[in-house]
Write a protein that binds this ligand. Structure first.
Ligand code: HEM
Ligand code: HEM
Length: 408
């Protein structure tokens, strides 16, 4: 069998690419659907799932992503090959509507082979922590920031475009069967192994109209998805981000960040609390007990964004944000060596745990800047007790802050 195409037949390389792609695509679609169902169940606090389900979802997703990236690379090579090869002429060019439909579907398939894996890959690169790609590359992508907005938009595009692909593949397979069973022509046979000779029709409609139709199908699918609200993402937990009241403080916080970091499935996931207040009393001179002052920090739990697992983190087994919407830290400020330590109690959910938070402090006139960090064990706060495996969700949670405050 010749390797290259002719105007009458597909060569071995084009056939090899075709059937390899078909195998990979017909494997990855059910994998995506099953993995996604399982992941939704795992993330839904109302559905009872086990740690084995979480591990299975991660495994299926890793497989899905690894095959998906393979499809992307194979698709690029396949398209390159198709571009430099002659294209076998149509056997049904005398039926323009049928030829238009078949050719539209081919454009949709070629486009999908690039767009579907690419949107999945961008989604993976923009989020963190869940199910790595097993190739030694591609955990991150150039120009793709770790950003929740990018992650959600690309996930929605992945979802819409994969349904266009599923529709196109279905039509494509039905078309191939129609040619074989009803028309009894050589369309399917010339894509199968072996040498098949078939005579193309004299009339050969062009590719421009099908190409424009394919573009219109994508535009309608994406536009329809947008109109149906697929791109607007609400938090599903029901826990509102109740804004905290401003506090009166000797030192008024001007700006600052409060971050947490935890390891999930072996990847580092970082999160930020957008809403928190700090009431700080501090004087440079310690009192008779050696105290420089005290601090009370109140944190709005639902204001946390934690990559793709923000909603999951709010669930009853984790922060239980609906019943425990705030966390507090109250502490005395003491000098320690060259720096300071806030020695007090951290209360998350219904658990109060003594903690020491070392921090550095620099005062310039009436402006103070401070940075500090501490590590806690999530199990001390009854967080994620259902996830006993440290590989799935690390026990240690690193908390860090950075703030600038002013004295009136
Ligand atoms: C041709 C290749 C691909 C096809 C046909 C495909 C198909 C699918 C399908 C059918 C789903 C289930 C969606 C649902 O039921 O809501 C899915 C989900 C997903 N896929 Fe793919 N996929 C492909 C490539 C990739 C690649 C390369 C990646 C990442 C590297 C990826 C990452 C994901 C992720 C993360 C989800 C879950 C999305 C979510 O949580 O909303 N996919 N994919
Ligand atoms: C069991 C599944 C499949 C069958 C029976 C099948 C059958 C065929 C046949 C008979 C052709 C030749 C059409 C012609 O000569 O005009 C063809 C072409 C094509 N197939 Fe499939 N196919 C299958 C799955 C897929 C899948 C999953 C994809 C990709 C997502 C795909 C992508 C394509 C493309 C892009 C072409 C056009 C090739 C070209 O002429 O440039 N096929 N297929």
């Amino acid at each position: 069998m010749p390797y290259a195409n002719t105007t009458h037949s597909y060569g071995a390389i084009a056939k090899g690419f075709h059937w390899l792609t078909a195998l990979l695509i017909l494997t990855i679609i059910p994998l995506g659907l099953i993995a996604n169902d399982l992941a939704h169940a795992v993330r839904n606090p109302d559905i009872a799932t086990t740690e084995a389900d979480t591990a299975r979802a991660a495994l299926l997703f890793s497989l899905h992503k690894t095959i998906g990236v393979t499809i992307f690379v194979v698709a690029l090579l396949r398209i390159l090959w198709a571009v430099i090869q002659p294209h076998p002429k149509l056997l049904n060019g005398d039926k323009p509507a049928e030829a238009w439909l078949a050719s539209t579907v081919h454009w949709l398939l070629y486009g999908s082979l690039v767009l579907v894996p690419l949107t999945g890959w961008v989604h993976h690169a923009a989020t963190s922590g869940f199910a790595p790609i097993w190739w030694p590359f591609g955990q991150t992508l150039p120009f793709v920031p770790k950003d929740e907005g990018v992650a959600q938009t690309s996930a929605t595009l992945h979802y819409i475009l994969q349904w266009v692909l599923i529709g196109a593949v279905t039509l494509h397979i039905l078309g191939a069967l129609k040619h074989h069973v009803i028309d009894r022509d050589a369309t399917l046979r010339r894509m199968l192994p072996g040498r098949t000779t078939a005579t193309p029709t004299d009339r050969q409609p062009g590719h421009a109209l099908p190409f424009v139709t394919a573009l219109a199908v994508w535009a309608i699918a994406i536009g329809g998805g947008a109109a149906a609200g697929f791109f607007s993402h609400e938090h599903e937990t029901g826990a509102e981000t109740a804004a905290l009241e401003a506090v009166e403080s000797d030192w008024q916080v001007q700006e600052g960040t409060l971050d947490i970091t935890v390891s999930q499935m072996g990847s580092v996931v970082s999160g930020t609390f957008a809403d928190w207040t700090a009431e700080i009393a501090y004087s440079e001179e310690p009192d008779a007990d050696g105290k420089h002052g005290n601090v009370t920090v109140t944190v709005s739990i639902p204001s946390l964004t934690l990559g793709s697992v923000t909603d999951q983190a709010m669930g009853p087994d984790y922060f239980a944000a609906e019943t425990h919407p705030t966390a507090t830290f109250t502490a005395d400020i003491l000098a320690e060596g060259d720096g300071h330590v806030a020695d007090g109690t951290l209360t998350i959910k219904d658990q109060s745990v003594p903690v020491e938070l070392p921090f550095t402090l620099a005062i310039d006139g009436d402006t103070a800047t401070a940075q500090g960090a501490l590590s806690v064990d999530r199990r001390d706060f009854n967080i994620g007790l259902g996830t006993k495996d440290e590989g799935t969700l690390g026990f240690t949670v690193d908390i860090s802050f950075d703030l600038t405050a002013k004295r009136p």
